[in-house]
Design a protein around this ligand. Sequence first.
Ligand SMILES: Cc1cc2nc3c(=O)[nH]c(=O)nc-3n(C[C@H](O)[C@H](O)[C@H](O)COP(=O)(O)OP(=O)(O)OC[C@H]3O[C@@H](n4cnc5c(N)ncnc54)[C@H](O)[C@@H]3O)c2cc1C
Length: 377
Amino acid sequence: MDLSDSAEDAEFRARLREWLGKALPTLPPQPSPDDWPARRAYDLGWQRTLYDAGYGDVHWGASPTVRLIFLEETEKAGAPYVGAGFVGLLHAGPTIAAEGTAGQRERWLPPILRGEEVWCQGFSEPDAGSDLAALRTRAWRDGDDYVVSGSKIWTSHAEVADWCELLVRTDPDAPKHRGITWLAMPMDAPGITVRPLRTLAGSAEFAEVFLDEVRVPVGNRVGEENDGWRVTMVTLSFERGTAFVGEVVACRRVLGELAREARSDGRWDDPALRRRLGRLNAEFRALWRLTQWNVSEAQTTGGLPGVAGSVFKLRYSQARQELYDTAADVLGDASLDLDHPWTRDRLSSLSYTIAAGTSQIQRDIVAERILGLPKGR
Ligand SMILES: Cc1cc2nc3c(=O)[nH]c(=O)nc-3n(C[C@H](O)[C@H](O)[C@H](O)COP(=O)(O)OP(=O)(O)OC[C@H]3O[C@@H](n4cnc5c(N)ncnc54)[C@H](O)[C@@H]3O)c2cc1C
């Protein structure tokens, strides 16, 4: 596998770097992390800027190699994170691009790319997290609509979302994986109640969503009725396999900042700290190489990331926690300051081994689907 830039890639990288150098200084200041409407406006504004400059569709319109260069260069330059665009750009959009009809792609993809619409993910339920196929939110046909009742939980960005990629049970008598359907639900439909949940870091980034006879047009179904589990696997392969890769570059940046901080006040003399930083550096370099490998493998399987995404997700989520634990040690007492970005990131890093499938579930997937071990459950 050749991991060096082709001539075309190198040209893309140089052009992007030059553009970022001009575009980033013109950005408005970042809003408070707790002000979600302002964050939505800021994140969509940045996506619009990317779109106007011809980079809007890089997450799924470009080749995977170009996408990685984009993530690498934007992170290195300190460009804004995808933020409220996470679900739309990184997994709902790619799912619609892969599984939607021409009309659905036409309806939903351009507004995501132009930074006009935010998506959220309504998969988890109070009794269906790791065992997602146990979901009970019910949908039944009434003319040209599905009527949906039930509840979802941990729905990130629900408060500011226009659309929800929603899993519903359309056949309660079928085996649990076979009676599920993937719908695009407009978040302004009557019958939806969003109740924000506050996290450890104080921010209401996710919510409970209650659905009381919400009407969703049959035309908003992606894939066939009762074939939603297969579509869900496509969504999760993007969520686990590619959605977090830009953050690896960000972690390498933080690692550099940590080393500088430690050098500035004598803590660098501690060999144990230097060893931790060195090991983390090796971890994140290896994760970046793994990402490149996954991406080049995906190129040979029609662009869909495979189960190797679980290997990445498993190791990345743990390495991220170790990084911010080390940051807390370097910061000392200052790590108690909730306004310090490393402290916030440390608290949110705790969720990484849970979100998008827990570490135990990723280990099951690696054991069964990569190593071929017998099913544990
Ligand atoms: C920050 C964050 C954002 C999220 N955003 C969204 C979102 O936008 N949309 C959405 O739908 N969901 C979202 N989630 C939910 C997430 O997908 C679930 O929390 C996750 O799948 C785990 O489900 P659970 O919380 O119900 O835990 P449970 O499934 O109840 O698991 C509890 C514990 O039991 C372990 N366990 C369960 N089953 C097994 C098994 N078979 N073998 C071994 N161990 C097992 C788990 O690993 C875990 O440690 C988010 C979660 C977080 C933390």
